[in-house]
Design a protein around this ligand. Structure first.
Ligand code: HEC
Ligand code: HEC
Ligand code: HEC
Length: 472
């Protein structure tokens, strides 16, 4: 599909009016405020993803934000009644930070046992993506003795991928030219080591890594009806881009909300979201609104069979994390700011931004949203934010199949600072992309037209598009 086709078949209805780059006083204009006025910080250091947003400061919540931060960074231990007590009986990691290094993304690895910086979750599933009976949704590979985990570990293997063009651009240049990775693309597969419970003949193991925590409060404030409007826009076109929304989810407060968080859009709100759940199901630390141990009846039976005393594990547990701690944690979670963009005035970056629109990247990586009302942090209401995601799931082709072929478009804000905050640039759901060039080259399925158009750019233009991504 050429650029002119994209204008109607991918971008139709998109408003590309560029936001103001500079104010009259020469200060950074709205274009730089990726998290809006109340959610952006001008910080491009290794701590860029760890900052409190202006909305937190203005609401006088700084102390609670700091108290919540300690819970995210804390290392949980098995001893109960300790400040960070209650880890186990089974668990995945003892801290959030281990998987979200520098508050950002995990790093690709072949060693699932690696504690810090490995952000992979493993899923043992049937071909249709549903969990294999007896296994928890997220495989728990650690246990506090005498308990035995669901598996001893996860084996990760990396494979070479060569596309139909021999990993070369039409001008003959190999992908990753001049880098140690020249001419290569690689992707991982996974399997379980010493599973505790029986597996069906046709089981699969998929790994998914972290997305990012900063800015999720602002995404939480995007209205469901606005996401549905974007879905309708995409469905109304004849082109390849046809994202689908997450499921409607019954929330604890009685409302029905649209799934928007995780790679699968499987969580609708932060209150009932990936962080609020991870605090329980990654560590197995219980609290008033998550009183039971995260386990399956099959696992419990197996422990009994092995002669392990499981008395007291069933039913509501004593509170291991207080609701005060949990609420502080949520203040922190919602209040993490988005770092401002950089270098948007540079000619190469501006040209890159034009290419981003012309190649239809913006068809899925929707540049701009306006948030709705947001009771948990009112400062986030009516903010013009630039996350570069449509909050919808897209078919990314068979080569990208994990639990399914569908993945939520990840936000691109902050991606240009990954190397500073976490010392790497690994992207995509299983971190198969080692940098921006590879990330674009892994776009298949609904997005393959974008990949093709990128391949046909000149080396200079490819560089300009990447310069733009680095400025976010
Ligand atoms: C000015 C806007 C515009 C441009 C530019 C454009 N199209 Fe279309 N295209 C349309 C519209 C409108 C339809 C009819 C949609 C309908 O009937 O639902 C259409 C229909 C199609 C269809 C038929 C699809 C179907 O499902 O029946 C194809 C194929 C197609 N366009 C390909 C292209 C290609 C390839 C290009 C670039 C060379 C292109 N279009 C450029 C607006 C455009
Ligand atoms: C074992 C690794 C691991 C640990 C530990 C972990 N996470 Fe995650 N986190 C992930 C993965 C993987 C994802 C992507 C979710 C998916 O698979 O779709 C994720 C996603 C998220 C998201 C969603 C981002 C989005 O845009 O949808 C948030 C928020 C989050 N985690 C917060 C936390 C918090 C808070 C903690 C600690 C309580 C935590 N995580 C602990 C691996 C981890
Ligand atoms: C059809 C929708 C679609 C189009 C078009 C599209 N993307 Fe994506 N993009 C996605 C999805 C979905 C993912 C996540 C895929 C995965 O992880 O398996 C993604 C991932 C990415 C990532 C990695 C982000 C991360 O955090 O892991 C980058 C960078 C990116 N896209 C840039 C681009 C650029 C540049 C273009 C245009 C050349 C583009 N995308 C076109 C949907 C799209």
């Amino acid at each position: 599909m050429t650029a002119s086709c994209v204008s109607c078949h991918v971008n139709r209805g998109r408003d590309f009016t560029p936001p103001v780059l500079r104010t009259k006083e020469g200060e950074p204009g709205p274009a730089y405020y990726l998290g809006g006025e109340k959610g952006t910080v001008f910080n491009a250091t290794s701590k860029a993803f760890e900052q409190e947003s202006p909305a937190i400061t203005e609401a006088g919540l700084t102390n609670r934000f700091k108290a919540g931060e300690i819970i995210f960074e804390g290392n949980f231990v098995p001893v109960k009644r300790n400040r960070f007590g209650g880890l186990g009986p089974t668990y995945i990691k003892s801290s959030c930070l281990a998987c979200h290094p520098g508050y950002g993304r995990g790093q690709r690895t072949g060693n699932f046992d690696r504690q810090y910086g490995n952000g992979y979750l493993a899923f043992v599933h049937n071909p249709d993506g549903t969990p294999v009976k007896g296994y928890t949704g997220m495989l728990q590979t650690k246990a506090v003795p005498p308990f035995v985990p669901y598996a001893k570990g996860v084996k990760i293997e990396w494979h070479d991928f060569v596309d139909q063009y021999g990993n070369k651009y039409p001008d003959g240049t190999p992908y990753n030219a001049g880098k140690p990775t020249e001419g290569t693309l690689t992707y991982p597969t996974a399997d379980v080591i010493e599973p505790l419970l029986p597996l069906p003949a046709d089981y699969r193991v998929s790994i998914e890594s972290t997305i990012g925590i900063y800015g999720t409060g602002l995404l939480d404030a995007i209205r469901d009806e606005d996401i549905i409007a974007e879905y309708r826009r995409q469905q109304s076109m004849t082109g390849p881009v046809k994202g689908i929304p997450g499921k409607w989810i019954d929330e604890p407060d009685g409302t029905r909300r649209l799934g928007k968080f995780t790679w699968d859009c499987s969580r609708a709100t932060l209150e009932n979201g990936p962080g609020a759940n991870a605090l329980w199901n990654v560590t197995n630390v219980t609290r008033k609104n998550r009183p039971n141990i995260y386990m399956t009846p099959e696992w419990l039976e197996k422990q009994k069979e092995l002669g392990i005393d499981v008395s007291g594990l069933e039913g509501p547990q004593e509170e291991e994390l207080s609701m005060q701690q949990y609420e502080d944690f949520m203040v922190w979670h919602r209040g993490l700011a988005v770092p401002a963009a950089r270098n948007l005035d540079k000619p190469d970056v501006r040209r890159g931004q034009e290419l981003f629109n012309k190649l239809g990247c913006a068809g899925c990586h929707k540049p701009e949203w306006t948030t709705g009302e947001y009771k948990p942090l009112p400062g986030y209401a009516n903010q013009t934010i630039r996350p570069y995601t449509d909050m919808l799931r897209h078919d990314m082709g068979e080569i990208n199949r994990g639990r399914s072929r569908f993945w939520r478009t990840p936000p691109l804000w902050g991606r240009g600072l990954m190397h500073k905050t976490a010392n790497h640039t690994d992207m995509f759901h299983d971190l198969r992309a080692r940098d921006f060039e590879e990330a674009i080259l892994w776009h298949f399925g609904e997005s393959e037209f974008s990949r093709e158009m990128f391949r046909h750019l000149s080396a200079e233009e490819r560089g300009q598009l990447i310069q733009f991504l680095k400025a976010l």
